[in-house]
Design a protein around this ligand. Structure first.
Ligand code: C2O
Length: 592
């Protein structure tokens, strides 16, 4: 198979970036420039933009100035003092945890990696070659932006380039850091306990490092592909799973074994146009395709809008140099659909859901990079959605460092601050419809709820409870008035086996008779999904305690319940329910 059956929409190849061009010269200005102030900024010269004063005219901080910000704790406390209270809810209670960004991993101490969901060692080393040196990375200058295409819309010419580049990557010597499997091991090393941080295994997932780590990872991967085919305009495709047209395994990967984009370790039932379930957790959704698509759009709306009004809700909770993973946690998109899609692609015939369903093996499937290219696009899109949807202004996040090999086989050190703007890295995304933006779930229920808070038990009576069945309780709200600029959260204190696949859905104002197949309903608040992972090897138990928080202000308003002092909560286990105990449920009000 070579040609997509979907209409081919060609990507605007290079977007002009010179001082002379006005946005009107671009082919689809309104689509390219979602945010007018950024469009104006882009009319300037690249160099001038990068040398601008710390606070740009549009109020954005210049990444360069953030990179060089001094790590003086006093400065941080003075400069970011106002933020401390805001972030405290997610970052633990230790003020000394500030000014504590994670340095580049110590490759000389890179060790054995452990397969997630097991105690088995990865049967090969995931550590990169290392001669003891690395250099600070300088983003090369460029005059045009590259455009990443949607995978379902690429033409044959593009596909041939992509296949050639991946093939060449696979043919590089096994110890070449640009080799396909060496590149896959980058993921294994950062995610399966090969690196240590503060004497515990270092894990970039389930933290606020999720987005920036993968952005840098794909950036270098893309540059390696470009150099192998000698085409600096080549880009990775993105799996457009947020658009009905992209809600299947992209056809360019669903080929036979002769294609370098093929991977034998995939769920064979999820091929050939089978509709994706963005909240998949191991059980096939028995809803029809139309309902599945509607569920997917509802999930996207919740994860990008309702549940992600504040930076840390979207990016995830802090991980600092003290490696206090207890106070860390996933952002909305990492949780669902990112984790669910890994699981959906992974092969249930294998021991550990290889390749996509396990961190150590995920990047051995070429579709991994296509999946993450869309995750990356979500970061860019989220910042156009308004409100407090901005990058995290915390120095510890901005100053976190990673090491990667670039296309010249040079080991380079990069910082989060330098990747927050994808256009500064030289690429943008082909414009595609985002129907989820207007997919605010509507009221389904007719008539009154049979059970009211009066006929249901309090969370304090029902909990703690193991989620082996649908569980309903009411929560007494801490306050019924949420001032502007604040967000009300429903918090669930969980205790779960982090080596297991777990998924449960949360509904408000529903009871045990909830229709568990339909998520495109006003009552659906969100889902929790755990992708099995390695826990600290110093601890003996596999039990993780964490708080799962859902932003519910918008939901309560839509349900007309903003004045009620009690809310009905129904938890619907979809996978691994017996591995999770809900200890406590309560509400909380946070600054965004
Ligand atoms: Cu690093 Cu999608 O996982």
């Amino acid at each position: 198979m070579a040609t997509s059956t979907h209409p081919i929409i060609s990507c605007t190849k290079n977007i002009s970036f010179s001082t002379k061009s006005s946005p009107l010269n671009f082919s689809r200005p309104s689509q390219i420039f979602l945010n007018p102030s950024r469009a104006a900024e882009r009319r300037g010269d690249v160099k001038i933009r990068c040398a601008a004063s710390p606070e740009g005219a549009d109020g954005r901080q210049n990444p360069d100035s953030l990179s060089s910000a001094k790590l003086d704790r006093r400065n941080v406390l003075l400069g970011l003092g106002g933020l401390y209270g805001a972030y405290n809810f997610a970052g633990g209670s230790n003020p000394f945890a500030l000014a504590d960004p994670i340095p580049a991993p110590d490759i000389s101490k890179c060790g054995t990696a452990i397969i997630s969901n097991s105690t088995d060692e990865v049967p090969y080393s995931c550590c990169p070659p290392f001669d003891g040196t690395f250099v600070d990375y300088k983003i090369p200058t460029f005059s045009t932006l590259n455009c990443r295409p949607a995978a379902h819309a690429v033409d044959d010419d593009y596909l041939n380039k992509y296949k050639t580049a991946i093939q060449k990557m696979k043919e590089l010597p096994a110890d070449d850091p640009r080799n396909f499997y060496q590149q896959a091991n980058v993921h294994c090393a950062y995610c399966n306990g090969a690196y240590q941080l503060n004497d515990k295994s270092y894990q970039i997932h389930f933290t606020w490092l999720f987005f920036p780590f993968h952005r840098w990872y794909l950036y270098f991967y893309e540059r390696i592909l470009q150099s192998l085919i000698d085409d600096p305009t080549f880009t990775l495709p993105y799996w457009n799973w947020d658009n009905p047209q992209g809600m299947i395994l992209p056809e360019i990967f669903d080929d036979d074994e002769s294609s370098p984009l093929y991977d034998q370790y995939r769920n064979q039932d999820h091929r050939n146009g089978y509709v994706l379930d963005l909240a998949y957790a191991g059980e096939e959704n028995t809803a029809n395709d139309f309902q599945k698509v509607k569920n997917n759009l509802a999930v996207m709306y919740r994860q990008m809008l309702t549940n992600a009004p504040c930076p840390l809700l979207f990016f995830g909770k802090p991980l600092r140099a003290d490696n206090d993973s207890e106070n860390s946690g996933m952002g909305t998109i990492e949780n669902v659909p990112h984790n669910s899609i890994h699981r959906w692609v992974g092969d249930p015939r294998t021991a550990h859901n290889e390749d996509m369903g396990n961190f150590y093996s995920a990047a051995k499937d070429p579709v991994f990079y296509c999946h993450h290219s869309n995750v990356d696009r979500m970061w860019t899109l989220w910042k156009t959605l308004g409100g407090n949807r901005t990058d995290i202004p915390d120095t510890d996040w901005l100053q976190t460092e990673f090491l990667f090999y670039d296309e010249t086989k040079t080991l380079v050190k990069v910082k989060v601050a330098d990747c927050v703007d994808n256009e500064r890295l030289g690429y943008t995304f082909q414009d595609m419809p985002t129907p989820w933006k207007n997919f605010k779930p509507t009221r389904k229920r007719k008539g009154k709820l049979k059970r009211t808070a009066k006929s249901v038990s309090a969370s304090t009576t029902v909990l703690p409870a193991t989620l082996d069945k649908i569980t309903t309780f009411y929560v007494t709200r801490s306050s019924t008035s949420t001032p502007a600029g604040k967000e009300e959260l429903l918090d669930l204190d969980l205790e779960y086996d982090d080596t297991q696949f777990i998924r449960f859905d949360v509904f408000l104002n529903e009871d045990e008779e909830v229709n568990t197949k339909e998520l495109d309903r006003i009552e659906y608040a969100g889902s929790f999904s755990n992708l099995p992972h390695v826990h600290d090897d110093t601890s003996t138990s596999k039990v993780t305690t964490s708080t799962f928080s859902l932003a519910i202000s918008e939901l309560l308003q839509d349900l007309g319940l903003q004045g009620d002092d009690k809310i009905l909560v129904t938890l619907v286990p979809k996978a691994g329910g017996s591995c999770v105990t809900v200890k406590k449920a309560y509400t909380d009000t946070i600054d965004c």
